[in-house]
Design a protein around this ligand. Sequence first.
Ligand SMILES: [Zn+2]
Length: 270
Amino acid sequence: MDSRRSNGATMHVRGAGRGKAGRKIRRALVIGAHPDDNEAGCGGTIARMVQEGWDVTYIVCTNGNKGSHDPQMSSYQLSARREEEQQAAAGLLGVQQVIFLRHEDGTLQPSPELRAEMALYIRHFRPHAIFTHDPWQRYMLHPDHRAVGFAVLDGIVNARDHLFMPGLSQIGIPAWRPDVVYLWCADQPDHTEDISTTCALKLAALDEHRSQQHSLGPFVVALEQQMQAWGQAAGFMYGEAFKKIPLNEEESAAYLIIEKKDTVPSLVWR
Ligand SMILES: [Zn+2]
């Protein structure tokens, strides 16, 4: 994945292992509240990253068992069906692994428990890039989206600093600092990825979530227009826009300069 339209810096890949052909393995973790959030949020970028050799893991936090308008549908049937749909969608994009946390849909809180859970997976998978919800998106109704966004960001702090959860280091799960976080549905997007060659794949992956057609139908039409508008603003045919939060020292330093474009600059601790 390149970092066009960020600030000209290239992504620094630290701690990458080597695959069979000796190439560096770069890992990404995509963490969404419900089955279909990951495709909607960053499916085009993920498809391109997989094609570029990234190893991508999905985490789906809830079982999605409230997402139906069908009066005949039960929560039990729905959660099983949504896992199948999520596997099919992830398979289309080339995602290597999907982890289902199976929390009850609609009940997530940005609790210390969820934060610790996120930190554990981040330390385990050692991702260079993390994608998740922007919890600061104004007027976003769904509480799970906010809860996951906050828990992931808080979890990154717990994952990167070894004095958090010290027992994990003692059982061989040391601290891990990702290089960058991308927030989708961002309140203030500042980075666009080129998905001109993978936008169709993203739409096909969304189409795998057939139990969600009641809400995805009109949403997908608007989403395609949004991806076109984002892309064209950045010089691409289609794009996905994110709030990019660099965590490695080189890019964080560069970003402090970018963020001073506001009339009153804010100093941000990450
Ligand atoms: Zn959702």
